[in-house]
Design a protein around this ligand. Structure first.
Ligand code: NAX
Length: 333
């Protein structure tokens, strides 16, 4: 059996981590042959609660789970880490402006970037879940210059899963019969869920373009798009808490595909540092469709972008440029 790898989960006492940790310990992300050491980072006031999570991890009695270390010290958590789920972030409190939230969070991700730079493996794979996820990932990468920027990604997989499920429901097929729906841009309400290039495997018809199968562009460019953009808010309104089970599942999906690769002919959406593809400004973390092989992703090239899509891409890119400017303002006034 392989040597254990160190896997970090930040915000480890929170609700997403609570669902994520089981998946990691059970081998459904890094595979059934890969033992793991868990490094659980949270803030000092959460250490008692975290101890309860550690007890439950022990009680899982899962053989792949080797060493579990709860800590409030980022240097300890990131030591020799091979993978990190950066879930922990400052939640929006009542009366807090979006700007204040961004300011609090970019400082956290600056500190964690610096700790990654000093202590983590140089081939570490970092998935940022904590919001604003795209800009947090950019900041983190910026403060860890010796780790390739391709090793920092932000999660839009939950949005992709939501979009795939909504299309499957509309077409009356199982969710795995729909593929290649794209989330472009920011993990925020400006994201562009794009079904233009998606295909569905329909009974008796084989592979059909989703746009032809749905045959209702007004729905695809209207209700579908808005439902996915606002799905997070709808879950909060109903559950009085934000998405956790589905967010943890998506984080597992994202990392598993990064680790093991995507299936031939299928792409997934990830927030990655833009290389200028599709006319998106460089140096923002933008969600693109990617193929993954040998633990490296490549942005899918050559997709046709309609005028409608262009306008949506520009809106979400502009928001990310604004977030980047605000982050720089906080960190380098
Ligand atoms: P919780 O409030 O349940 O947990 C967050 C945990 O992070 C808490 O235990 C807190 O003490 C900890 N934390 C705060 N500052 C920290 C720091 N500096 N270092 C380590 N830990 C720290 O939130 P939860 O529901 O788990 O959500 C976590 C984050 O995921 C939030 O920012 C949330 O907005 C974001 N989400 C991102 C999604 C995505 O698709 N990218 C979807 C789900 C979710 O909304």
């Amino acid at each position: 059996m392989a040597e254990p790898i160190n896997v970090v989960v930040t915000g480890a006492a929170g609700q997403i981590a609570y669902s994520l940790l089981y998946q990691l310990a059970a081998g459904s992300v890094f595979g059934p042959e890969q033992p793991i050491n868990l490094r659980l980072l949270d803030i000092k006031p959460m250490m008692d609660i975290l101890q309860g999570v550690v007890m439950e991890l022990e009680d899982l009695a899962l053989p792949l789970l080797r060493d579990v270390l709860p800590t409030a010290d980022a240097g300890v958590a990131f030591k020799d880490a091979a993978a990190a789920f950066l879930v922990g972030a400052m939640p929006r409190k009542q009366g807090m402006e979006r700007k204040d939230l961004l300011a609090a969070n970019v400082k956290i991700f600056k500190d964690q970037g610096e700790a990654l730079e000093k202590f983590a493996r140089k081939d570490i794979k970092v998935l940022v879940v904590g919001n604003p996820a795209n800009t947090n990932a950019l900041i983190c990468s910026h403060y860890a210059p010796s780790i390739p920027k391709e090793n920092f990604t932000a999660m839009t997989r939950l949005d992709q899963n939501r979009a795939q499920a909504a299309l499957a429901s509309r077409l009356g097929v199982q969710v795995d019969k729909v593929k290649n729906v794209i989330i472009w841009g920011n993990h925020s309400s400006t994201q562009y869920p794009d079904a233009t290039h998606a295909v569905a495997d329909l009974p008796g018809k084989g592979s059909v373009k989703v746009s032809l199968a749905v045959n209702d562009n007004a729905w695809l460019n209207g209700e579908f798009l808005e439902t996915i953009q606002k799905r997070g808010a709808a879950v909060i309104a109903a559950r009085k808490m934000s998405s956790a089970m589905s967010a943890a599942k998506a984080a597992g999906d994202h990392m598993r595909d990064w680790w093991f690769g995507t299936k031939p002919g299928q792409w997934v959406s990830m927030g990655v540092v833009s290389d200028g593809s599709y006319g998106i400004p460089k140096d923002v973390v933008f969600s693109f469709p990617v193929n993954i092989k040998d633990k490296k992703f490549e942005i899918v090239q050559g997709l046709e972008i309609s005028d409608f899509a262009r306008s949506k891409l520009d809106i979400t890119a502009k928001e990310l440029e604004e977030e980047r400017a605000e982050a720089h303002q906080v960190l380098m006034p």
